[in-house]
Design a protein around this ligand. Structure first.
Ligand SMILES: [Zn+2]
Length: 99
């Protein structure tokens, strides 16, 4: 891990309040992992695009592989679309509509 990655991990950890998104367990800098909600696979990248797969909203902060698996929504089209709606709405805030 390089300096930038360590810094990224710190930011991600502070964003989730330092606890596992699934089970609420306290996390430390060394124990947590990022879980892709829509899995980071070639077919998913082809279907949804890098923008969605790499978006922070697509990454859940969890404590273990077990909690990691719970976050996977790739098999559920409705959940995928809801996540993408959330990502689009979040990104749209950067571009306010003219009054
Ligand atoms: Zn957990």
């Amino acid at each position: 891990m390089n300096e930038a990655e360590i810094e990224q991990r710190k930011i991600a950890l502070s964003k989730c309040g330092g606890v596992c998104e699934v089970c609420g367990k306290q996390l430390t800098n060394s124990t947590w992992q990022g879980a892709h909600r829509i899995a980071n696979t070639k077919p998913n990248r082809a279907k949804w695009g890098d923008f969605v797969i790499d978006h922070p909203e697509n990454i859940a902060i969890v404590c273990s592989l077990k909690c990691n698996h719970v976050c996977n929504i790739g098999y559920n089209p409705g959940e995928c679309l809801r996540l993408i709606k959330k990502i689009v709405e979040k990104e749209l805030q950067k571009f306010p509509e003219e009054a």
